[in-house]
Write a protein that binds this ligand. Structure first.
Ligand code: CMP
Length: 147
């Protein structure tokens, strides 16, 4: 059964042609891509997307950064989409990524814990919430059934 996840390529990676084409190849070679969209989030939308982090010290920094330029969104399918995309991303913290898994996307292109290349849903439930957030017109149901 196809599982879906949402990838968000963050503004610094969208602006870096080498990073962007590398990331796109990784995505193309590992997933079926169902939907892709480029957009600019305003601070309000970025704030509500990351509302679970509202109490964290990095919240304002994260929201400002995510609203600072274009992001690329991809709805991606794989039998283990959530886990596979997070594995390809590597650890959230850039020092961990660089030292422990230098060939993961965050190890290669991460600049800081905030500018860590891309986002991946952390569970099926968040994938569903996040896909709805960015693609309200997208019907999960149509992809899960054949009739
Ligand atoms: P993301 O997968 O988009 O989900 C939450 C984001 O918060 C995370 O990636 C990072 O960009 C950011 N983040 C998490 N931990 C830290 C931290 N310690 N310092 C700064 N930013 C962080």
């Amino acid at each position: 059964k196809l599982q879906l996840t949402l990838a968000i390529i963050k503004p610094h990676a969208v602006k870096n042609p080498v990073a962007l084409s590398y990331i796109r190849n990784v995505i193309k070679n590992n997933f079926v891509v169902l939907k892709t969209k480029r957009m600019i989030l305003d601070a309000e939308a970025a704030g509500s997307f990351y509302e679970e982090h509202v109490e964290k010290f990095f919240y304002n920094r994260l929201v400002t950064f995510m609203a600072s330029g274009s992001i690329d969104l991809h709805i991606m399918g794989h039998t283990h989409a959530v886990e596979v995309w997070r594995k390809l991303l590597g650890p959230t913290k850039v020092y961990k990524a660089q030292f422990q898994e230098p060939y993961c996307l965050r190890g290669m292109f991460g600049l800081s814990d905030t500018r860590n290349v891309a986002h991946g849903s952390d569970s099926l439930a968040s994938a569903e919430r996040e896909i709805k957030f960015f693609f309200p017109e997208f019907s999960l149901y149509n992809w899960y059934t054949n009739d």
